[in-house]
Design a protein around this ligand. Structure first.
Ligand code: NDP
Length: 246
Protein backbone atom coordinates (compact mmCIF):
# COMPACT_ATOMS: atom_id res chain seq x y z
CA UNK A 1 0.00 0.00 0.00
CA UNK A 2 1.39 3.42 -0.93
CA UNK A 3 2.08 5.71 2.01
CA UNK A 4 -0.23 8.50 0.79
CA UNK A 5 -2.87 6.51 -1.10
CA UNK A 6 -6.08 8.51 -1.65
CA UNK A 7 -4.67 11.59 0.05
CA UNK A 8 -5.02 14.99 -1.58
CA UNK A 9 -1.97 17.27 -1.64
CA UNK A 10 -1.71 20.91 -2.75
CA UNK A 11 1.77 22.20 -3.61
CA UNK A 12 1.96 25.92 -4.43
CA UNK A 13 4.46 27.03 -7.08
CA UNK A 14 4.68 23.46 -8.34
CA UNK A 15 4.97 24.21 -12.05
CA UNK A 16 8.73 23.85 -11.81
CA UNK A 17 11.72 23.60 -9.46
CA UNK A 18 11.43 22.39 -5.87
CA UNK A 19 7.62 22.51 -5.91
CA UNK A 20 7.47 20.26 -8.96
CA UNK A 21 9.80 17.70 -7.34
CA UNK A 22 7.75 17.77 -4.13
CA UNK A 23 4.49 17.22 -6.02
CA UNK A 24 6.11 14.42 -8.01
CA UNK A 25 7.32 12.54 -4.95
CA UNK A 26 3.95 12.93 -3.19
CA UNK A 27 2.27 11.57 -6.32
CA UNK A 28 4.67 8.62 -6.44
CA UNK A 29 3.58 7.79 -2.88
CA UNK A 30 -0.02 7.60 -4.09
CA UNK A 31 -1.31 11.13 -3.42
CA UNK A 32 -3.61 13.02 -5.77
CA UNK A 33 -1.65 16.20 -6.39
CA UNK A 34 -2.81 19.71 -7.17
CA UNK A 35 -0.32 21.47 -9.41
CA UNK A 36 -0.83 25.14 -8.74
CA UNK A 37 1.37 27.97 -9.97
CA UNK A 38 1.04 31.57 -11.12
CA UNK A 39 2.13 30.42 -14.57
CA UNK A 40 -0.88 28.63 -16.08
CA UNK A 41 1.04 27.09 -18.99
CA UNK A 42 3.61 25.58 -16.63
CA UNK A 43 0.79 24.19 -14.45
CA UNK A 44 -0.83 22.51 -17.44
CA UNK A 45 2.45 21.14 -18.82
CA UNK A 46 3.58 19.66 -15.48
CA UNK A 47 0.14 18.14 -14.88
CA UNK A 48 0.15 16.61 -18.36
CA UNK A 49 3.56 15.02 -17.72
CA UNK A 50 2.40 13.64 -14.34
CA UNK A 51 -0.79 12.18 -15.85
CA UNK A 52 1.27 10.53 -18.61
CA UNK A 53 3.22 8.76 -15.86
CA UNK A 54 -0.05 7.30 -14.59
CA UNK A 55 -0.40 9.49 -11.49
CA UNK A 56 -3.38 11.51 -10.34
CA UNK A 57 -2.91 15.24 -10.79
CA UNK A 58 -4.90 18.36 -11.60
CA UNK A 59 -3.83 21.84 -12.64
CA UNK A 60 -5.29 24.99 -11.08
CA UNK A 61 -3.47 28.23 -11.82
CA UNK A 62 -3.28 30.39 -8.70
CA UNK A 63 -1.47 33.53 -7.63
CA UNK A 64 -0.75 33.02 -3.92
CA UNK A 65 -0.67 36.79 -3.33
CA UNK A 66 -4.28 37.15 -4.46
CA UNK A 67 -6.98 36.20 -1.93
CA UNK A 68 -9.68 35.58 -4.57
CA UNK A 69 -7.37 33.41 -6.66
CA UNK A 70 -6.43 31.35 -3.59
CA UNK A 71 -10.07 30.97 -2.55
CA UNK A 72 -11.03 29.74 -6.03
CA UNK A 73 -8.14 27.25 -6.04
CA UNK A 74 -9.05 25.76 -2.64
CA UNK A 75 -12.75 25.58 -3.57
CA UNK A 76 -11.80 23.89 -6.86
CA UNK A 77 -9.82 21.20 -5.02
CA UNK A 78 -12.62 20.48 -2.55
CA UNK A 79 -15.22 20.43 -5.34
CA UNK A 80 -13.23 17.84 -7.29
CA UNK A 81 -11.58 15.67 -4.62
CA UNK A 82 -13.60 16.48 -1.46
CA UNK A 83 -10.69 16.80 0.99
CA UNK A 84 -7.21 18.22 1.56
CA UNK A 85 -4.64 16.18 3.46
CA UNK A 86 -1.35 17.93 2.70
CA UNK A 87 -0.56 21.58 1.97
CA UNK A 88 2.94 22.54 0.92
CA UNK A 89 3.46 26.32 0.89
CA UNK A 90 6.33 26.40 -1.60
CA UNK A 91 5.79 29.35 -3.98
CA UNK A 92 8.48 31.93 -3.45
CA UNK A 93 10.56 34.64 -5.11
CA UNK A 94 13.75 36.58 -4.49
CA UNK A 95 14.34 40.31 -5.05
CA UNK A 96 17.87 40.65 -3.69
CA UNK A 97 19.60 43.92 -2.78
CA UNK A 98 21.77 45.17 0.06
CA UNK A 99 19.57 46.71 2.74
CA UNK A 100 20.81 50.26 2.03
CA UNK A 101 19.64 49.97 -1.56
CA UNK A 102 16.53 47.86 -1.15
CA UNK A 103 13.37 49.49 -2.44
CA UNK A 104 10.02 49.23 -0.72
CA UNK A 105 8.71 47.35 -3.78
CA UNK A 106 11.45 44.70 -3.44
CA UNK A 107 10.67 44.37 0.27
CA UNK A 108 6.90 44.12 -0.19
CA UNK A 109 6.96 41.71 -3.15
CA UNK A 110 8.99 39.19 -1.17
CA UNK A 111 6.95 39.56 2.03
CA UNK A 112 3.70 39.15 0.04
CA UNK A 113 4.81 36.12 -1.99
CA UNK A 114 6.87 34.27 0.61
CA UNK A 115 5.04 35.02 3.87
CA UNK A 116 1.57 36.55 3.51
CA UNK A 117 0.81 33.85 0.94
CA UNK A 118 1.06 31.19 3.67
CA UNK A 119 -1.62 33.04 5.67
CA UNK A 120 -3.85 33.35 2.58
CA UNK A 121 -3.55 29.69 1.55
CA UNK A 122 -3.42 27.98 4.95
CA UNK A 123 -6.51 29.69 6.38
CA UNK A 124 -9.11 28.15 4.00
CA UNK A 125 -7.16 24.86 3.87
CA UNK A 126 -7.06 24.59 7.67
CA UNK A 127 -10.86 24.99 7.77
CA UNK A 128 -11.11 21.85 5.61
CA UNK A 129 -8.44 19.98 7.61
CA UNK A 130 -10.07 20.95 10.92
CA UNK A 131 -13.37 19.36 9.83
CA UNK A 132 -11.45 16.20 8.81
CA UNK A 133 -9.53 16.19 12.11
CA UNK A 134 -6.32 15.52 10.19
CA UNK A 135 -3.82 17.31 8.00
CA UNK A 136 -0.21 18.21 7.26
CA UNK A 137 1.03 21.74 6.64
CA UNK A 138 4.60 21.93 5.33
CA UNK A 139 6.16 25.32 4.70
CA UNK A 140 9.24 25.76 2.54
CA UNK A 141 11.38 28.23 4.44
CA UNK A 142 15.13 28.70 3.87
CA UNK A 143 18.41 28.53 5.77
CA UNK A 144 18.42 32.30 5.12
CA UNK A 145 15.44 32.58 7.47
CA UNK A 146 17.44 30.82 10.19
CA UNK A 147 20.90 32.36 9.75
CA UNK A 148 20.40 35.50 7.59
CA UNK A 149 22.22 36.23 4.31
CA UNK A 150 23.86 39.25 2.71
CA UNK A 151 21.58 40.99 0.21
CA UNK A 152 18.46 39.13 1.34
CA UNK A 153 16.99 41.09 4.24
CA UNK A 154 13.51 40.88 2.69
CA UNK A 155 13.80 37.14 2.02
CA UNK A 156 15.34 36.43 5.46
CA UNK A 157 12.54 38.34 7.19
CA UNK A 158 9.86 36.52 5.17
CA UNK A 159 11.36 33.07 5.76
CA UNK A 160 11.98 33.72 9.48
CA UNK A 161 8.36 34.86 9.64
CA UNK A 162 7.29 31.64 7.96
CA UNK A 163 9.12 29.66 10.66
CA UNK A 164 7.26 31.59 13.41
CA UNK A 165 4.02 31.01 11.49
CA UNK A 166 4.76 27.26 11.34
CA UNK A 167 5.44 26.95 15.07
CA UNK A 168 2.25 28.82 15.98
CA UNK A 169 0.02 26.88 13.57
CA UNK A 170 1.54 23.71 15.07
CA UNK A 171 0.39 24.80 18.55
CA UNK A 172 -3.06 26.03 17.52
CA UNK A 173 -3.99 22.96 15.43
CA UNK A 174 -2.41 20.08 17.34
CA UNK A 175 -5.74 19.37 19.06
CA UNK A 176 -7.21 18.77 15.57
CA UNK A 177 -4.54 16.20 14.73
CA UNK A 178 -2.95 18.62 12.24
CA UNK A 179 0.83 19.02 12.17
CA UNK A 180 2.80 22.00 10.83
CA UNK A 181 6.48 21.78 10.02
CA UNK A 182 9.00 23.67 7.90
CA UNK A 183 11.77 22.54 5.59
CA UNK A 184 14.62 25.04 5.29
CA UNK A 185 16.57 24.35 2.09
CA UNK A 186 20.17 25.46 1.70
CA UNK A 187 21.57 26.01 -1.79
CA UNK A 188 19.41 24.06 -4.25
CA UNK A 189 19.88 23.71 -8.00
CA UNK A 190 16.86 25.45 -9.58
CA UNK A 191 16.15 28.44 -11.84
CA UNK A 192 16.20 30.63 -8.70
CA UNK A 193 19.87 29.84 -7.98
CA UNK A 194 21.00 29.38 -11.62
CA UNK A 195 20.25 33.10 -12.00
CA UNK A 196 23.29 33.79 -9.77
CA UNK A 197 25.74 32.62 -12.46
CA UNK A 198 28.54 30.00 -12.50
CA UNK A 199 31.16 31.97 -10.55
CA UNK A 200 28.99 32.70 -7.52
CA UNK A 201 27.59 29.15 -7.58
CA UNK A 202 31.05 27.53 -7.42
CA UNK A 203 32.09 29.84 -4.55
CA UNK A 204 29.01 28.74 -2.59
CA UNK A 205 29.57 25.06 -3.36
CA UNK A 206 33.15 25.24 -2.00
CA UNK A 207 31.71 26.15 1.41
CA UNK A 208 29.20 23.27 1.51
CA UNK A 209 30.58 20.27 3.49
CA UNK A 210 28.89 17.79 1.11
CA UNK A 211 30.51 19.69 -1.82
CA UNK A 212 27.46 19.87 -4.05
CA UNK A 213 24.31 21.90 -4.47
CA UNK A 214 21.17 20.21 -3.20
CA UNK A 215 18.64 18.89 -5.69
CA UNK A 216 14.89 19.55 -5.64
CA UNK A 217 14.54 15.82 -4.84
CA UNK A 218 16.62 16.31 -1.65
CA UNK A 219 13.96 18.77 -0.47
CA UNK A 220 11.12 16.52 -1.60
CA UNK A 221 12.51 13.71 0.60
CA UNK A 222 12.25 15.93 3.71
CA UNK A 223 8.73 17.00 2.77
CA UNK A 224 7.72 13.37 2.36
CA UNK A 225 8.91 12.68 5.91
CA UNK A 226 6.63 15.39 7.32
CA UNK A 227 3.71 14.43 5.04
CA UNK A 228 3.55 10.83 6.25
CA UNK A 229 0.66 9.61 8.37
CA UNK A 230 0.82 9.08 12.13
CA UNK A 231 3.60 11.58 12.76
CA UNK A 232 4.51 12.75 16.29
CA UNK A 233 6.65 15.60 14.86
CA UNK A 234 5.16 19.10 14.77
CA UNK A 235 6.52 22.66 14.98
CA UNK A 236 9.87 21.44 13.64
CA UNK A 237 12.25 23.14 11.19
CA UNK A 238 14.44 20.74 9.22
CA UNK A 239 17.45 22.28 7.49
CA UNK A 240 18.38 20.44 4.29
CA UNK A 241 21.64 22.14 3.51
CA UNK A 242 24.50 19.70 2.82
CA UNK A 243 25.93 20.51 6.27
CA UNK A 244 26.34 24.28 5.80
CA UNK A 245 24.98 25.94 8.96
CA UNK A 246 25.71 29.61 8.23
P1 NDP B 1 11.59 28.58 -8.72
O1 NDP B 1 11.65 30.04 -9.05
O2 NDP B 1 12.31 27.60 -9.57
O3 NDP B 1 10.07 28.10 -8.62
C1 NDP B 1 9.14 28.84 -7.89
C2 NDP B 1 7.78 28.67 -8.54
O4 NDP B 1 6.84 29.46 -7.81
C3 NDP B 1 7.78 29.18 -9.97
O5 NDP B 1 7.08 28.30 -10.82
C4 NDP B 1 7.08 30.51 -9.84
O6 NDP B 1 6.40 30.92 -11.02
C5 NDP B 1 6.10 30.22 -8.74
N1 NDP B 1 5.58 31.45 -8.17
C6 NDP B 1 6.21 32.65 -8.02
N2 NDP B 1 5.36 33.56 -7.54
C7 NDP B 1 4.17 32.95 -7.40
C8 NDP B 1 2.89 33.38 -6.97
N3 NDP B 1 2.65 34.64 -6.60
N4 NDP B 1 1.86 32.49 -6.95
C9 NDP B 1 2.07 31.21 -7.34
N5 NDP B 1 3.25 30.75 -7.77
C10 NDP B 1 4.29 31.60 -7.80
O7 NDP B 1 12.07 28.49 -7.20
P2 NDP B 1 12.61 27.23 -6.36
O8 NDP B 1 11.98 25.98 -6.83
O9 NDP B 1 14.07 27.35 -6.26
O10 NDP B 1 12.02 27.64 -4.92
C11 NDP B 1 10.88 27.02 -4.34
C12 NDP B 1 10.81 27.43 -2.87
O11 NDP B 1 12.00 27.02 -2.20
C13 NDP B 1 10.71 28.95 -2.67
O12 NDP B 1 9.86 29.23 -1.58
C14 NDP B 1 12.13 29.34 -2.32
O13 NDP B 1 12.18 30.51 -1.56
C15 NDP B 1 12.57 28.12 -1.52
N6 NDP B 1 14.02 27.98 -1.44
C16 NDP B 1 14.78 27.77 -2.57
C17 NDP B 1 16.15 27.64 -2.44
C18 NDP B 1 17.04 27.38 -3.62
O14 NDP B 1 18.26 27.33 -3.39
N7 NDP B 1 16.54 27.21 -4.82
C19 NDP B 1 16.81 27.75 -1.14
C20 NDP B 1 15.93 27.97 -0.04
C21 NDP B 1 14.58 28.06 -0.20
P3 NDP B 1 7.17 31.92 -12.06
O15 NDP B 1 8.26 31.14 -12.65
O16 NDP B 1 6.13 32.32 -13.04
O17 NDP B 1 7.67 33.07 -11.22
Amino acid sequence: MSKLADQVAIVTGSGRGIGRAIAHSLMKEGAKVVITDINEELCQQTTKEFLEEGGQAMAIACNVTNTESVKAMVEGVVAKWGRIDVLVNNAGITRDALFMRMTEDQWQAVIDTNLTSAFKVAQPVLKVMSKQRSGRIINIASTTGVHGNFGQVNYAAAKAGLIGFTKTVALEYASRNITANAVAPGFIDTAMTQALGEEIISKFVEKIPLKRMGTPEDIAAAVLFFAGPGSYVTGQVMEVNGGLYT
